[in-house]
Design a protein around this ligand. Structure first.
Ligand SMILES: NC(=O)c1ccc[n+]([C@@H]2O[C@H](COP(=O)([O-])OP(=O)(O)OC[C@H]3O[C@@H](n4cnc5c(N)ncnc54)[C@H](O)[C@@H]3O)[C@@H](O)[C@H]2O)c1
Length: 337
């Protein structure tokens, strides 16, 4: 069955891949982002040109995809999302737009208030008032905070954020529960675990590590490279979101679910696998653990499996191979300029 789906954050890494996937499945996709077609957003600085180039490329792909309808809007602007949803009447809203990034939230926490708190409230309220049947939204493994024990279960306590970014995601989960308690709005918070892959975020470790290795620059690994992360290949994440958006996905009320594979690897192992794919040796410098970093992320996937049965599990070397192929094509280092 094909349905009408609204996707926010469509110029973003996960949102662009998701919009493309849903359109290829035959759904009507109404996609929005505050980025313009050149990839610029109100928060950008000139130093963000790599990010702008990536957003422009992602939007360019979507603009050529039959079934995708693109709009530019700021979710934090009063009334903007409500008017947009009321014109489109989607069956499902998948809300991925946010200011992302733990490190960014250390430097500029106020950048997160508009998109992640005000924007989120606008999305909830519009979904409630427009009678949207189901809202799926991006949460994060960062809500689990500093933990030594694994795996992370959805019912574990999540009241000790290590960063303002994590605090906004926890707030989102509480706000969604309140809209369910007050108005019966069905919602699902998807806790993503370090997503990587082609057209991935330039502020995230896989992209930064790959560029440092390719340029034979020194790569700084915090906590001796022993931090453990449950890396998830983007196509796996997107397939799980699409399955969770189906009317027959088994979730009710307002709840949350991990989208991670329960298979954390150390950052050292991740860098080794990435370097093998690149055919180059990394130059590594070790540094102490950073504030706001957590030692471990490791998802329990039991709840996700109970909701959708199964989901793809791309092996790390295969996922990194595809990422490296894309990066080398997108940024050929031997070209002038
Ligand atoms: N990538 C990951 O590993 C990861 C992990 C955990 C959680 N998440 C969450 O998943 C979601 C998607 O992540 P991503 O990696 O694709 O991030 P991204 O930064 O690539 O995409 C987010 C998009 O939201 C848009 N946006 C920001 N503020 C907006 C506003 N006010 N109005 C409209 N659009 C706005 C941005 O322009 C951007 O295109 C985010 O909510 C993020 O916090 C991602």
């Amino acid at each position: 069955m094909t349905i009408q789906i609204a996707v926010t954050g469509a110029a973003g890494f996960i949102g662009s891949s998701l919009a493309l996937h849903l359109a290829q499945m035959g759904h009507g996709v109404h996609a929005c982002d505050w980025s313009d077609r050149s990839g610029r957003t109100p928060l950008d600085t000139p130093a963000d040109s790599t990010l702008a180039r990536l957003r422009a490329e992602r939007l360019g792909i979507l603009a050529q995809t039959p079934g995708v309808h693109l709009s530019q809007l700021d979710l934090a602007a009063p009334g903007a999302f409500s008017a947009w949803v009321s014109e489109r009447q989607p069956d499902v809203v998948i809300h991925l737009a946010a200011q992302a990034g733990v490190r960014h939230s250390m430097q500029a926490p106020l950048d997160f208030v508009g998109p992640n708190l005000i924007g989120f409230a606008h999305v909830l309220d519009a979904c409630h008032r427009q009678g949207v049947q189901r809202l799926l939204y991006a949460s994060s493994s960062s809500v689990y905070g500093m933990r030594d024990t694994a795996p992370f279960l959805e019912d574990d306590r999540t009241d000790s954020p290590e960063s303002f970014y994590a605090a906004t995601k926890q707030a989102n989960e509480a706000m969604a529960k309140a809209y369910h308690a007050q108005y019966g709005l069905r919602s699902l918070g998807m806790r993503f675990f370090t997503v990587y892959g082609p057209r991935g975020r330039p502020d995230m470790a896989p992209f930064l590590f790959a560029q440092a290795i390719r340029r034979q620059e020194t790569l700084t690994l915090f906590a001796e490279g022993e931090l453990l992360r449950d890396f998830t290949y983007v196509d796996d994440t997107v397939a799980a979101i699409a399955a969770l958006a189906r009317p027959d996905a088994r979730w009710e009320g307002s709840t949350v679910v991990n989208l991670g594979h329960h298979r954390p690897v150390s950052v050292n192992s991740f860098v080794k696998c990435l370097a093998d794919q690149l055919g180059l040796a990394p130059i590594i410098a070790y540094a102490p653990m950073q504030k706001a970093d957590v030692k471990l992320t490791c998802a329990s996937e039991t709840r996700l499996l109970s909701m959708i049965g199964s989901w793809p599990d791309t092996p790390l070397d295969e996922g990194l191979g595809r990422f490296v192929d894309w990066l080398q094509d997108w940024d050929p280092l031997n070209q002038p300029g």
